[in-house]
Every structure is written in structure tokens, then in C-alpha cells.
Design a protein around this ligand. Structure first.
Ligand code: NAP
Ligand code: GDD
Length: 325
């Protein structure tokens, strides 16, 4: 059988790096779209850089995306690139719409025109449920996004479905709940906590400044979630799937668990709550029902909450120790 070819947008991000690793283990030829930066930002893919091929391009630039599709001739396209930080979407709402919403249409247009046989994965999000209408959330739960990011993701989700229905393309949309890892960006709450707890452990910091401690998220491990993306494209037909653990915890629970890893019980004395970090509109409570994915794809998470928090804190301690040598 000919070697399969995959194009990943957002390959330098958390999910892109895990997905690239995963596809290499499946013997894919992996291409990744990367945008120009003044200094290289290949930290997450450094260890596999010689096994993948990077193609310059940007979600704002139709020509560069079309060329990337023409050059890589992919069997599968994973559209992971986005302005993915919810808080930034209020300070840069137009840019978020350009990247996270219209960017999807640009990638879909390239596929439609150049490689309509390719299978396409769209990175949809549980942020689309926003102010939730039911618990837990599944594929038919109505959307009520609460941020410019969430609104942009709803557009991306529906334009993907529209291209599937209009042009009969193999397009799937994965509605993924929060997934974390040692490679999570430092601005997201889990990594901010694990990294600062590691610093406190090493006496490099004495407090964590956080916003809303009551928000609840269904947190899983990114390595498990990229496998679900791949499984969706291996099915006979395209469909949409919720991917989640089915358990949720508050931000405070995450803090407590993280301090537990370094043996600290009285964690409250290290927390400083700043109103500045509260969001103009919050998503208070997410919990996903992934029974469809479990049944149809045979997918299930392998890393639970406690293990995830431990993995992240221990990794940050190792990282900080290595950096201070
Ligand atoms: P991430 O770490 O923030 O990575 C985002 C990627 O998009 C990076 O590679 C980034 O490149 C790239 N990118 C941003 N703007 C771009 C542009 N204009 N042109 C080309 N590339 C651009 O995000 P992630 O956590 O891996 O998430 C992957 C996708 O899944 C995103 O679409 C996100 O919204 C979605 N999602 C994530 C979660 C989650 O919990 N992680 C849950 C549901 C959905 P640079 O490295 O150059 O910035
Ligand atoms: N980032 C951050 N920083 N969040 C904080 C803080 C803080 O200091 N303090 C409290 N929070 C709360 C936020 O208000 C939010 O309710 C929760 O922690 C999680 O925030 P993030 O980790 O930034 O993630 P998110 O849930 O907003 O978005 C992530 O998950 C989505 C899927 O539901 C991102 O990965 C999105 O791209 C993704 O679509």
C-alpha cells in the first residue's frame, strides 16, 4: 500500500505536535503548515523535525494554503491552526474571526479546488456549547458560545458541515473538550498552574495569580485526543463526534491536585485572585458525553485527571531544573 500523506495546519501547537508524532508511528508522510516568525518556534516538534516536512503558509493567505495543499497532495488534512486562546479573543476579536472562522473556509476552499478526495478534520470545540443547555453535552446539544473565540468556532464548525453537504466531501468535525499536556501553552490555566506550582516547589515563585476558580472543565490528555482525530478519518463516512472524559473538575480542584503533587496541603495561601483575569462572559461548566465516539470509533481516554496533573507538574519541575543548570 502506498504511504499515506497528511497535512497538518497548526503543527507547531500542542495538538499538532502530538498528532505529527502519532501519524509518524502509523508510517504517514507528514507535512506541516507553519507561519513565519522572527525567531523559530519549533520547540514542540524539534525532536521530529527531520522526519516531517514544513511548508510556509498562513491562515490569512489563501494562496499559501492552496500551494501547501497542491505541494503536499494529502490524503488527510487536519485543520488545527487557530487563534486558540479564549481570553485573547476579546482583545483581538477581528483577528480571531479571521484565523479561527474564515481561516477554516480558506483551507476548505483549497481542498475543494485542489484535492477534493482528501479527508478533512476540523478542530471544533466544547467552547461552542458555552452557556450550556444540557448536561452532559453531546453532538446534538445546541450551541451558545460565550466568547469571540467560541463564536468563531461555531462558524468553523458549520462551514465544515456546509462544505460536506454542498460538495459531498469527506469532512469531519471533532468537538473536543479541553485537553492538556506538558506541551500546553503557558497561558492556559492548567499549564499556568502546573508551571507555577513547579516554580513554588523550586522556590522560584511564591504565589499564583488566577481568575475564576469555580469554572469547571472536562480535562483530558492531548495524546489521547489526537488519536480520536485520526480515528474519525478512518471511518467509512464523515460524521461529527464529541471527545471528552465525562468527568469535570473546577480550577480550584486542579490547583489542589497540583499542590498535592509537591506535598503541599494548605494551597490556599499561595493563591491570589485577580479580577483582571475574569472573563467578560464565562463558560461555567462543561462536561462531555463521548458515548458516540466510544461506540463508533472504539475511542476512550487512557489518562485520568490525577495522572494528568501529576504528569504536568512533574514535567515542569524537570524542565525548570534543566533550565536552571
Ligand atoms: P495551540 O497550541 O494554540 O496551537 C495553535 C496552532 O495554530 C499553532 O501551531 C499556531 O502557530 C497555529 N496558528 C495560529 N494562527 C495561525 C495562522 N494565522 N496561520 C497559520 N497557523 C496559525 O492550540 P492547540 O491546543 O494545539 O489546539 C489545536 C486546535 O484545536 C485549535 O484549533 C484549537 O482552537 C482547537 N481546540 C483545542 C482544544 C484544547 O483543549 N487544546 C479543545 C478544542 C479545540 P504558531 O506556533 O506560529 O503560533
Ligand atoms: N487561562 C486562564 N488563566 N484561565 C483561568 C485563569 C487564568 O489565570 N484563572 C481562571 N481561569 C479559568 C478561565 O476563566 C476558564 O473558565 C478556565 O480557567 C479554563 O481556561 P483556559 O485554560 O484558558 O481554557 P478554556 O477552557 O478557556 O479554552 C480551552 O479549551 C477550549 C475547549 O473547551 C482552549 O484550549 C480552547 O482553544 C478550547 O477550544
Amino acid at each position: 500500500m502506498a504511504q499515506k500523506r497528511a497535512l497538518i495546519t497548526g503543527i507547531t501547537g500542542q495538538d499538532g505536535s502530538y498528532l505529527a508524532e502519532f501519524l509518524l508511528t502509523k508510517n504517514y508522510k507528514v507535512f506541516g503548515l507553519t507561519r513565519r516568525t522572527s525567531t523559530p518556534n519549533y520547540e514542540r516538534i524539534k525532536h521530529i523535525e527531520d522526519k516531517i516536512e514544513l511548508i510556509p503558509g498562513d491562515l490569512l493567505d489563501q494562496q499559501s494554503i492552496t500551494s501547501a495543499v497542491a505541494y503536499s497532495k494529502p490524503d488527510e488534512i487536519y485543520n488545527l491552526a487557530a487563534q486558540s486562546f479564549v481570553a485573547t479573543s476579546w482583545s483581538q476579536p477581528v483577528l480571531t474571526g479571521e484565523f479561527t472562522a474564515l481561516g477554516v473556509t480558506r483551507v476548505l476552499e483549497a481542498v475543494r479546488q485542489i484535492k477534493p478526495q482528501a479527508k478533512f478534520y476540523q478542530a471544533s470545540s466544547s467552547e461552542m456549547f458555552g452557556m450550556v443547555r444540557e448536561n452532559p453535552q453531546n453532538e446534538s446539544t445546541p450551541f451558545h458560545p460565550r466568547s469571540p473565540y467560541g463564536v468563531a468556532k461555531v462558524y468553523g464548525h458549520w462551514i465544515a458541515i456546509n462544505y460536506r453537504e454542498s460538495y459531498n466531501l469527506f469532512i469531519v468535525s471533532g468537538i473536543l473538550f479541553n485537553h492538556e499536556s506538558p506541551r500546553r501553552g503557558l497561558e492556559f490555566v492548567t499549564r499556568k498552574i502546573s508551571h507555577t506550582v513547579a516554580k513554588i516547589h523550586l522556590k522560584q515563585a511564591d504565589r499564583i495569580v488566577l481568575g475564576n476558580l469555580d469554572a469547571k472543565r472536562d480535562w483530558g490528555f492531548a495524546g489521547d485526543y489526537v488519536k480520536a482525530m485520526w480515528l474519525m478519518l478512518q471511518q467509512d463516512g464523515p460524521d461529527d463526534y464529541v471527545i471528552a472524559t465525562g468527568q469535570n473538575h473546577s480550577v480550584a480542584d486542579f490547583v489542589e491536585e497540583a499542590f498535592g503533587v509537591i506535598g503541599v496541603k494548605n494551597w490556599k495561601k499561595y493563591i491570589h485572585v485577580s479580577k483582571q483575569l475574569f472573563r467578560p462572559a464565562e463558560v461555567d461548566f462543561l462536561i462531555g458525553d463521548s458515548s458516540k465516539a466510544r461506540k463508533v470509533l472504539g475511542w476512550r481516554p487512557t489518562v485520568g485527571f490525577t495522572q494528568l496533573v501529576r504528569m504536568m507538574v512533574e514535567n515542569d519541575i524537570k524542565l525548570l531544573r534543566a533550565n536552571s543548570k
